[in-house]
Design a protein around this ligand. Structure first.
Ligand code: F6P
Length: 354
């Protein structure tokens, strides 16, 4: 018999479309299936520093949130209770307030906690678990770079948004005979760039996992010109490593702009750049993300009921599973440069600049 009566749930790190779908699913199944009380923890673990800011989540509070982007709980990517930053006498100081966080969770009657977050939040969850907190995690990021799970929710929505942008830029690129560069998010992994690039019919895709030269890109642009294709779409992942030939360029600009400038200089073509930015994190989650997020929320509650603390839910193939957070954190899942997806892109003539 489970001894759980009340659980807390919080969202940490950058937001991703589908967070509200996880919250809704967890609240609904905790109440309907297990008759537990659910408390919402605002702004990641920060919400446990000020317990008076927490609030009960009822069926009514999660009604209508499934299609909404963002998170009704709020989030932060700076709230680490083991290295909590505050200012004292005008000086920034860093303290470990994890004991306070654990004791506040107990005072609020939380028997266990669900944390929905990326690698950073999962590392905090692991440390809290090691200090005795009953915690389970749900992996989240638009970057799709967590090794614990085949797919993270939010990724499909980000790819859909980025693909829509590539589609729109296609028509104007073709009309003006321009090289159009589109920079997408993804941190140190090229998943969004590769998927949106293939889905949007990009001609060049630059990802952190494959090194490129500007010369190779310009040779490719010239070959396209040679057979009458006077425009080129270049999708650039924000985390690419710049080649030596670009190291002298002024830093501080988005990499998309730097790549655009370098191509313009060498190819003498007209180039325009779009940096998509946070538009990729916003908006309503796609049906795929809503379903995955719902499955994760339900699985996290089931994991608590089964006593599977210190674990994170994940997708393996078609199935929802759980793995130890300890085995999941600190390892980034990048693209295999010789994998099937890259080979398929090469087979249809996509250039990676290598
Ligand atoms: O990890 C998600 C992500 O959107 C990355 O793709 C991006 O590099 C980063 O977060 C941006 O973070 P912030 O919102 O703090 O600028």
């Amino acid at each position: 018999m489970s001894e759980i009566r009340c659980i807390g749930i919080g969202t940490g790190g950058g937001d991703a479309p589908g967070l509200n779908a996880v919250i809704r699913a967890a609240v609904k199944s905790a109440i309907l299936k297990y008759h537990w009380k659910v408390i919402g923890i605002p702004d990641g673990f920060d919400g446990l520093i000020w317990p008076e800011k927490t609030f009960e989540l009822t069926l009514k509070s999660v009604s209508g949130i499934l299609p909404r982007g963002g998170t009704i709980l709020g989030t932060t990517n700076r709230g680490n209770p083991f290295q909590y930053k505050s200012s004292q006498n005008g000086q920034e100081c860093v303290r470990d307030i994890s004991d306070q966080v654990i004791s506040n969770a107990k005072k609020l009657g939380m028997d266990a906690i669900i944390t929905v977050g990326g690698d950073g939040s999962q590392k905090i969850a692991l440390e809290l678990f090691q200090k005795g907190m009953k915690i389970v995690a749900v992996p989240k990021t638009i970057d799709n770079d967590l090794c614990a799970t085949d797919v993270t929710f939010g990724f499909d929505t980000a790819v859909t948004t980025a693909t829509d942008a590539v589609d729109k830029i296609h028509t104007t690129a073709e009309s003006h005979h321009r090289v159009m560069v589109i920079e997408v998010m993804g941190r140190d992994a090229g998943w969004i760039a590769l998927h949106a690039g293939i889905a949007g019919g990009a001609h060049v895709i630059l990802i952190p996992e494959i090194s490129f030269t500007v010369q190779n890109i310009c040779d490719y642009v010239r070959r396209r010109d040679g057979y009458g294709k006077r425009f080129t779409i270049v999708v650039v992942a924000e985390g690419i490593t710049l080649p030596l030939e670009m190291k002298h360029m002024v830093r501080g600009l988005p990499v998309g702009n730097m790549v655009g400038d370098a191509i313009a200089l060498l190819s003498r073509k007209e180039v325009r750049v779009s940096v998509l930015g946070h538009i990729q994190r916003g908006g309503s989650p796609t049906p795929y993300d809503r379903v995955l997020a719902t499955r994760f929320g339900v699985a996290a509650v089931d994991l608590i009921a089964a006593g599977g603390f210190g674990k994170t839910v994940c997708l393996k193939g078609e199935h929802i599973r759980a793995v130890d957070i300890a085995d999941a954190v600190g390892q980034m899942k990048g693209i295999d440069p010789h994998g099937e997806l890259v080979e398929a892109a090469r087979a249809i003539g996509i250039c990676f600049g290598d």
